[in-house]
Design a binder for this molecule. Structure first.
Ligand SMILES: [Zn+2]
Ligand SMILES: [Zn+2]
Length: 359
């Protein structure tokens, strides 16, 4: 039989576990760097897509309109400023005229005529005032005209803008499509690296389960599996990811379940030997647990629990003989091929001569 592996001291086992974890982290990092390099592959350029879908003439026209509108706005505000200046000067003139008129009124009451300079001042002030008023009105007209033009341009620009927006929408849609394809491509590249690694790791973990290097495979497999999970979570729409996740979990749980069921159904040789040994100790058939009623125990009744309380009559001669389980037909005691005495059929060594046999 295979000798059990020496497990080493506590310190060495601790170091091995620690190194395994460190190895797992390093592998995870390495995979992370590779994935990052793949992600840095350049995607589609939005400016180019827009160039393809948005009419260049329209945008140029729109820009021109915008400039013109701004120019008109500037002109309107300039005229308004001038108008304000004119209004100020008009107010000043009005004050002067009022004062002069007051003087005239007084001189008429006192029967004195105004001096010629004062007369002249009055008439020039009135003339200037009237001139100002005329200018003011003209400026008003100008502003009105400019505002009308601006309104028309605004309308046209709005229409243009709507057209451009429509084209931009198609451009954005197209860009989204290109971007999604790019992402899928990235996901494909990443999976093309990760999936083979995962398959290798799975193979090593299942096939080399009893290898002394199992912990290395475990670190490798764990890191790869975690990376695959993260990459899938990034790219798969959440809707699909939860299905992928649940299917993977189902597979893992099912595998574990099958493993345990199989260990019970098809026990490994050492577990089987242990089961046989314990059954023989209790005088029960190792296969079906029916009592082995041989020798002095011929007429006794016992179970797994009461076997040690039931004592056979010691005066009956303990004569060994070949014995088959009457319940399941398994040969339990047979003649040894080497010493011709009676031996356990289901144990490895003969109790008389020590000769071993294959079970
Ligand atoms: Zn049996
Ligand atoms: Zn023998």
């Amino acid at each position: 039989m295979k000798e059990k592996l020496k497990r080493g001291t506590w310190g060495i086992r601790f170091l091995i576990n620690l190194s395994t974890v460190a190895l797992g982290i390093l592998i995870f990092w390495l995979l992370g760097f590779i994935m990052k390099d793949i992600v840095s592959i350049e995607g589609p350029d939005y400016a180019r897509v827009e160039e393809k879908y948005v009419n260049r003439d329209l945008t140029q026209k729109e820009e021109l309109f915008e400039k013109e509108i701004a120019e008109l706005g500037r002109k309107i505000s300039d005229t308004q400023k001038q108008q304000n200046l004119v209004a100020d000067s008009s107010r000043n003139l009005q004050q002067t005229i009022n004062q002069l008129l007051e003087l005239q009124k007084l001189s008429i009451q006192k029967n004195i005529t105004l001096s010629p300079t004062e007369q002249e001042n009055l008439s020039t002030s009135i003339g200037q005032f009237l001139e100002n008023q005329k200018n003011y009105q003209q400026m008003n007209k100008g502003i009105e005209e400019l505002a009308g033009k601006k309104l028309l341009l605004d309308k046209e620009q709005q229409q243009l803008q709507q057209q451009i927006d429509k084209q931009k929408k198609t451009a954005v849609k197209e860009y989204d499509k290109l971007y999604q394809t790019h992402r899928l491509k990235l996901a494909f590249y990443q999976m093309a690296i990760l999936v083979p690694l995962l398959i290798i790791a799975g193979y090593l973990l299942i096939r080399k389960r009893s290898s002394i290097y199992f912990s290395i495979f475990l670190a490798f497999g764990g890191a790869t599996l975690l990376k695959v999970g993260l990459v899938m979570h990034e790219y798969f729409p959440k809707r699909y990811f939860k299905y992928v996740l649940i299917i993977v979990l189902l597979a893992v749980v099912l595998r574990i379940l099958i493993y345990f069921i199989r260990t019970i159904a098809f026990p490994k040789i050492d577990r089987l030997m242990k089961q046989y040994r314990e059954a023989y100790e209790r005088f029960l058939c190792p296969i079906c647990e029916y009592p082995i009623r041989t020798g002095p125990r011929k007429f006794l009744y016992w179970t797994r629990r009461t076997v040690h309380k039931v004592l056979p009559y010691m005066d009956v001669a303990d004569k060994e003989e070949i014995y088959t389980c009457p319940s399941c037909g398994t040969m339990l005691f047979e003649e040894c091929k080497s010493c011709q005495k009676i031996r356990h059929s289901l144990l490895v060594y003969c109790e008389h001569c020590g000769k071993s046999k294959d079970i």
